[in-house]
Write a protein that binds this ligand. Structure first.
Ligand code: MBD
Ligand code: FE
Length: 282
């Protein structure tokens, strides 16, 4: 992954694009299914163009913008903010799942984060330690509520300034990232920091796009999680905070009522909350 010198949309976009390109992706889509999907996509384009009588100037602006998104490396960002939630939604319904709801992965997941014990503190900087600590505990269970041995909880989130390690400069490689190895009953108790509301990078083409329709670039404060256990379906999800700014108006449309935490301030100066993850069978 390239390191980034400045916290710009261009730099974080290029880092996200490099990371995505380092993964090998494929899908077993038949030519018939591919034809059906592409024809419908083009039909949707045609419908919009005719409905709004799109002008040649508007077409050329689109063309320029698409080129810019690529040059800034912002396709992972733009697609995950504006498209991924529909993919996530349709896959949850199609598989008739009943476990904990998922949410979008977003552009900043990195696999193979360092392992941490079931009771742990996330790697953080001295600056991060000045934020309010959040003690997040719970259990990974199956559909009958039995604790799952061999479960892991991968957690990644931004610091108070809204920066994700490996996508912003001057942060330790695995800051606020870890793979928590749960105990034999799937339990964990993770101390991290209470995250803040987050602005997606908006000084590049994704930001110009949002500005063009008078939108905002904010996401509510959130934790990203990927929860795994042997023989169970992996959940990729996010957790949010009750009453938090932008929970009702997330630019990425990725909040759900089932994914909202309501931490209580303890006498120890830390926020405390419990949340369990229920995994569907594979
Ligand atoms: C994020 O942190 C995020 O979660 C999403 C979905 C998009 C951009 C940045
Ligand atoms: Fe995020």
């Amino acid at each position: 992954m390239t390191s980034t010198e400045t916290a710009t949309a261009h730099a974080s976009g290029n880092a996200a694009t490099d990371k995505f390109k380092s993964e090998r992706v494929s899908a077993d889509t038949s030519p018939e299914r591919a034809a059906a999907i592409y024809q419908d996509v083009l039909k949707a384009f045609a419908d919009v163009i005719h409905k709004h009588e799109v002008t040649y100037d508007e077409y050329r602006v689109l063309k320029q913008w698409v080129i810019d998104v690529g040059e800034y490396g912002e396709w992972p960002l733009w697609l995950d903010v504006f498209v991924e939630h529909e993919i996530e939604d349709v896959n949850y319904s199609r598989n008739a799942l009943t476990g904990t709801k998922g949410s979008i992965e977003g552009p900043y997941y990195v696999a193979n984060s360092p392992k941490l014990p079931s009771t742990c503190t996330m790697p953080m900087t001295d600056k991060d330690r000045q934020a309010t600590p959040l003690v997040f505990s719970g259990q990974v269970v199956d559909l009958d509520g039995n604790g799952l041995a061999g479960a892991t909880v991968e957690l990644w989130h931004a610091d108070e300034d809204g920066f994700y390690s490996q996508f912003a400069p001057n942060l330790p490689e695995w800051n606020l990232r870890g793979t928590i190895v749960c105990d034999d009953e799937g339990r964990y108790e993770i101390t991290t920091l209470q995250p803040a509301p987050y602005q997606i990078p908006h000084d590049g083409p994704t930001g110009w796009f949002i500005e063009s329709y008078g939108g905002h670039p904010w996401r509510p404060a959130h934790l990203h999680l990927m929860v795994k256990a042997p023989g169970k379906r992996t959940i990729t999800t996010q957790l949010y905070f009750a009453g938090g700014q932008w929970v009702e108006n997330d630019v990425a449309t990725a909040t759900k009522p089932e994914l909202i935490l309501d931490p209580k301030a303890g006498d120890d100066g830390k926020n405390h909350v419990t949340y369990n993850f229920t995994l569907d069978p594979e």
